[in-house]
Write a protein that binds this ligand. Sequence first.
Ligand code: ZN
Length: 444
Amino acid sequence: MTASSSMVDFNTGLLEFLHASPTPFHATKNIAAALLSKGFTPLYEGDSWELEQGKRYVVTRNDSSIIAFVYGKSPLLDSGIRMLGAHTDSPCLKVKPRAELNRRGYFQLGVEVYGGALLAPWYDRDLSMAGRVTYRDQSDQIASALVDFQRPIAVVPSLAIHLDREANNLRTINAQKDIVPLVLQLPTDETPLPDFRGLLHTELQKQQPQLAIKQVLDYEISLYDTQPPALIGLEQDFISSARLDNLLSCFIGLQALLEADDDVSSLLICTDHEEVGSASCCGAKGPMLQQFLERLVPDVDTRVRIIERSMMISADNAHGIHPNFMDKHDENHGPLLNRGPVIKVNANQRYATTSETSAFFRLLCEKADVPVQAFVARTDMGCGSTIGPVVASEVGVKTIDVGCPTFAMHSIRELAGTRDGWYLYKAAVEFFTYLKAPIALISR
Ligand code: ZN
């Protein structure tokens, strides 16, 4: 296989993964399925574990965060653990618990905004819904299942410009009032509203007839755009899709981990709730990774020494310099699409990169023969953040924040370069196939 045809295969797989993963639950399920099909053994957090060197494991939490671990044959104390982190969630609209609204016979669903969504692009899209449904089964046990309506069943129509002549200059969006999706027109104003839980029950039972659902109790359902991801541009230079932030990095981490050698240990962690600060039982600020490491190495002294020999690559997209808005970047730090992964630096520790971890990543990129770029935010502007500083401060592992440059971050339709995912994947493969401990490259 040539390098370019491999990149084509990589992007084909990426588009499929993005399309099949409308929510963090679906992304986690798809990542787990890919790992299980390659010989990873499932672990359950409620079980007692006996982990064996030379084996591969996968464990999930809340159905929306996942750790995959390649337990290398060489002692952890010699080699440390090569870790790569990303997040499974993306900003979106989520259906409220009592969602049903009747306005002049239009059946609408009340929604909350999850994370820092760019709201304007949600107008005039053919939307569907997906997520997790929790129900009471026929023996009164609580169980959950994933649902995905797949077909377009909702829309948020724009207000016509004739009714708002200043729309192009002054329009703002009130999140409570202006973005309520429309799902059905009732025969009359007085027709009783359909029950949303009942609709979920019907849909889930249709999709999974084997489930013994007695009553849907609750749900975490979000809306998404049904337009499939696509390669676009005259020469297909770009990938256009929802959820590139951060399923692009999840896919890169997954594909790279599948290439990991079984000499040195490697770990992939993809967590939920990054877009709202990561503070949850399954978020990066929660104890999932720390508890995994404690169960792997119960002795504190040994564990701390292993972490000292380890390194984490935190992968999350970066802001490419936008040709229409060039002044939003520092003049020397405007990453270009298709020019390679971006090292993200912030003096105030919004990114966890240090001179040592970034130097290490530069060497990785050199070995992988891929270009690399650097980003710092303008000094007079705030800076985003990601799971890097969170994991670094929770676990104490040396961390670098990197990511593919993108446009339209947090839009319902984001844009990345066709080559950058492949480049970062190649650097990550280099990371997971290095025979030496990551930190061994940094002399003491
Ligand atoms: Zn992100």
